[in-house]
Design a protein around this ligand. Structure first.
Ligand code: SAH
Length: 243
């Protein structure tokens, strides 16, 4: 009503405005632009493999995927029996619905179904459901949060949930110059609030680790370019024994 009245003499404009407000019809994937850009590098699959490898090495059994999206990592976790408890959290109910569909939650055998829990929540609000896991994953999520909210994310993940292991991936901004489809200074996805260089991730992550009693190391995902490094960067935080 507001759009139609405001733009009353110009139906076409009102229609455009409404189309932008209306929820997407499911045919379009929110991550489409970024996926199209990264698809030739198979980054989605390589991220999942790299994260699972870190989780296996650490012997993690109870894993929570924070900002699980449509469940790409959850699916890989479910396929591996060593992960006994798997939780997926996302702020978007629609992403969770899609995850449930993609994972065929309703069709899972009861024992498989019991391993998996999906729930809505936010990385910026303390939440008791986030505690009690060996590991938390934040895969391509941090860059969707306003930089001003990062202290809240730090408190929720490293103060409240406080798992032994936190695995985080985020774009390496330096690599953007290697994407032909990306203009200078453009980000990989319109919803990204920032994209960090390797030095910027290190500064943030080392600050968090120091304040919260974690050690942190870094790794690249995807073929590293000699000048600008890998397309995706990963920070691996391990809680120190005494903390
Ligand atoms: N980890 C998934 C999805 C990445 S897309 C994957 O790798 O495929 C980023 C996701 O973060 C989206 O699903 C979005 O809904 C979610 N997200 C953004 N802000 C969030 C917040 N504050 N708390 C929890 N999830 C959030």
């Amino acid at each position: 009503t507001i759009a139609a009245r405001y733009l009353k003499r110009q139906r076409g404009l009102a229609r455009d405005a409404l189309a932008r407000l209306a929820p997407e019809d499911g045919a379009r994937d929110e991550n489409e632009p970024e996926e199209a850009l990264e698809a030739p590098l198979s980054l989605n699959a390589r991220r999942v493999d790299a994260v699972i490898e870190v989780l296996r090495e650490a012997g993690a059994e109870r894993v929570i995927d924070l900002g699980c999206g449509e469940g790409t990592l959850l699916r890989a976790l479910l396929a591996d029996r060593r992960f006994t408890h798997i939780a997926g959290m996302d702020v978007s109910p629609r992403a969770l619905e899609r995850a449930a569909k993609r994972l065929r939650l309703d069709g899972l055998a009861p024992r498989q179904r019991a391993r998996l829990e999906l729930f809505q929540g936010s990385l910026t609000y303390r939440d008791a459901r986030l505690a009690g896991h060996d590991a938390a994953c934040l895969i391509e999520v941090l860059e969707h949060v306003d930089e001003a909210r990062l202290p809240a994310v730090e408190e929720v993940v490293f103060g409240g949930a406080r798992p032994g292991l936190v695995v985080l991936t985020t774009p390496n901004r330096e690599y953007n110059v290697r994407f032909e489809g990306l203009g200078a200074g453009e980000r990989r996805h319109p919803d990204h609030r920032f994209e960090w260089s390797r030095a910027e991730l290190a500064t943030w992550a080392e600050g968090v680790a120091g304040r919260r009693g974690y050690g942190v190391r870094f790794a690249g995902i995807g073929d590293a370019d000699p000048e600008v490094g890998p397309p995706t960067q990963m920070a691996i935080f391990e809680r120190e024994a005494a903390s």
